[in-house]
Design a protein around this ligand. Structure first.
Ligand SMILES: [Cu+2]
Length: 340
């Protein structure tokens, strides 16, 4: 029953849904035929029921104020100044309460850094000094806890250093960019699961001193949303919006090196995973080495775990990628690469 209700929420939650939640009720083999009976709505690009996902309609990025397709390649390098010959990189991060749409017609009362979920992908180079001025514009206390190496005073946990930053207050976190790799940041206020699940997290990349080989770089933050407060997720995604990359595949070039910064922040479920079809990738765990640890097509990540993945697509065409926790895939964590 639990699983059917999760599916109903996604496939039946749309305001545009003219037909019942068929995905939950009909065997998969008969799904396409059954959806065909949905009638004249097919052919209207933003109203038809997607034959892969069973979802009717799309999330309009203008409603959320952020677009999963832009988040993919949006790296926030902050602003740079020099102090005593050293590069200091600075950011302003504001936490706010914000309603977002995570699937067509499915609203979620998120807490967001800089108005987006995930928050901005902060990017720096190994050895720089980083300064993050955090302002809490939310109605709840929050922090920013960065993964990396730094002093206790700047660790962003309650009761240590500044601890919780109260509504309306600010605090500046400061530390060196180390070690190079793919990290993350998130709120660490209590209860921790809620502060993460509400959306206060983002990717944090520290480039090696000499960089990595040139590539088409993509950020994928695996997340989920508990929309009915039962401490289970009803919606799963990469970069928040269910099926965003099914409805509009990620365009990449044939033979070009593609580098994926893959972070798992999923709350309430013990593992997440990433699988790409018809291809294999090199895996660099936590991105802390320039030598790959593995050549594979499927990896598993616990919460907080991250990997840099590198691959090239040798053939043009449309290739699926998804969580190989198959239920997550059905509930939104599924997409396509369009190789051109
Ligand atoms: Cu918080």
């Amino acid at each position: 029953m639990k699983k059917i209700s999760r599916r109903k929420l996604l496939t039946g939650g749309s305001l545009a849904a003219a037909v019942p939640a068929l995905h939950a009720l009909v065997p998969h083999q008969g799904l396409h035929d059954a959806l065909g009976a949905g009638g004249g709505r097919r052919g209207h690009a933003h109203r038809s029921r997607d034959h892969h996902t069973g979802v009717v309609g799309r999330v309009d990025p203008r409603v959320n104020g952020f677009d999963p397709h832009e988040i993919l390649r949006d790296f926030d390098w902050g602003t740079v100044r020099r102090e005593g010959g050293r590069v200091v990189r600075e950011w302003e991060i504001v936490a706010e309460d914000k309603e977002i749409e995570v699937a067509p017609g499915v609203k979620f009362n998120a807490w967001a850094y800089n108005g987006r979920v995930p928050g901005p992908t902060l990017r720096a180079r190994e050895g720089e000094r980083l300064r993050i001025r955090f302002t809490n514009g939310s109605k709840h206390p929050h922090t920013i806890h960065f993964h990396g190496i730094h002093t206790a005073a700047h660790d962003g946990v309650p009761g240590v250093g500044r601890g919780n930053v109260q509504p309306g207050e600010s605090f500046t976190y400061e530390f060196d960019a180390e070690p190079f790799g793919l990290h993350l940041y998130h709120c660490h206020s209590n209860p921790l699961a809620d502060h993460i699940a509400k959306g206060l997290y983002g990717a944090f990349i520290i480039d090696p001193r000499d960089g990595r080989p040139e590539a088409d770089e993509l950020v994928m933050v695996q997340n989920g949303f508990d929309t009915n407060f039962d401490r289970q997720n009803e919606v799963y995604a990469v970069n928040t919006v269910a099926f965003a990359y099914m409805h509009e595949p990620i365009r990449v070039r044939r033979d070009e090196l593609v580098r994926i910064y893959l972070v798992n922040v999923l709350e309430f479920d013990p593992v997440n995973s990433f699988h790409v079809h018809a291809n294999f990738f090199h895996r660099f765990p936590t991105g802390t080495s320039l030598e790959p640890a593995e050549l594979t097509d499927t990896i598993v990540q616990g919460q907080g775990q991250r990997d840099v993945l590198e691959l090239r697509f040798p053939y043009a065409g449309r290739y699926m990628f998804h969580a190989h926790v198959s239920e997550f895939a059905d509930l939104g964590w599924m997409g396509f690469f369009e190789v051109v």
